[in-house]
Write a protein that binds this ligand. Sequence first.
Ligand SMILES: C[S@@+](CC[C@H](N)C(=O)[O-])C[C@H]1O[C@@H](n2cnc3c(N)ncnc32)[C@H](O)[C@@H]1O
Length: 363
Amino acid sequence: MNLPLDQILAGDCIEVMNSLPEKSIDLVFADPPYNLQLQGELHRPNMTRVDGVEDDWDRFDSFEAYDAFTRGWLTACRRVLKPTGAIWVIGSYHNIFRVGAILQDLGFWILNDVVWIKTNPMPNFRGVRFTNAHETLIWASTGKRARYTFNHHAMKNLNDEKQMRSDWWLLPLAAGPERLKDENGAKAHSTQKPEALLYRVLLASSNPGDVVLDPFFGSGTTGVVAKRLHRHWIGIEKEARYIELARRRIDAVQPEAFDPAVFDVRARSKTTPRVPFASLLEHGLLRPGQTLFFMKDLSRSAVIKPDGRLRAADGFEGSIHAAGSHLMDGAPCNGWQHWYLQENGRWVSLAEIRERYRQGNGG
Ligand SMILES: C[S@@+](CC[C@H](N)C(=O)[O-])C[C@H]1O[C@@H](n2cnc3c(N)ncnc32)[C@H](O)[C@@H]1O
């Protein structure tokens, strides 16, 4: 069966997921019912009604019923995920601990819990508890030793060159013009998530062309961001009114043209084939016997042997990395960046020569 890519599938997510081929999905993002257990209507001090989540889809009779439902859909997710896939589940204190335990019981391996700190939380109107100012996202791989995608460098770039932390302060965009309204100006979906949140999730843990599944699609935030980032998406939603809302919203998204060199943020070492140093000799970009200079100290040089090893002036022989490390008292050395040669009066690094080789070989 071909995957129904870039489509919203109507129905109960467990049934729909069980109709999809197993091991076919790269990433699941799930924003399940929170089981908020709101008792009756909630009013502000001025007696206006709080527009919370009171939808039927959020009601469960007991924790047992909620757990059985959670186990059901997480099991269905596990079946469709590739072994290298991963899952994100977002929730609040009402449900996230139950979800976390069930994830672990089913064999998922929790990689992080991320807190999305809200800059515009709803106050605790009755003043009997702290303002609940965050939601929690659990990110899990399919097992303890499973490989998974993490675009570490992209996350660092998003965070001013510092490693991204697990506390996310995101602008409250889903409250601004991004927030979908119905014909009466009320929220069209009570729990529409900010696109900024999905942007970070998808950029961190998927790559262009990957298939992202959202079993609780709602207003389609996952589809919007996936489309912009050139990921495939599949949404499952049981309410017809939300399906229509999401479809219109996603249709309006016009992504920029796909260019893998632009949209693929993986480290270059993963997207480009490795080039063995000796290939540069075989293909005539370097010559055996040629002298290379060590950029940190240009008085030090080494000669290229026909098999790709370097021979230093003191007789040391080894790879470009080992010979560089030898000159740096054993410190780790990336030879591609440290060894240079002169070309028409210009210093050219081995990394630049390797780039020429890649260009010439379609790499
Ligand atoms: C918390 S909301 C998701 C909101 C979404 N992340 C967004 O940004 O709009 C959960 C959604 O799941 C849907 N839903 C609840 N139970 C479902 C089920 N068993 N199968 C499919 N959809 C379900 C609800 O109708 C609701 O739209």
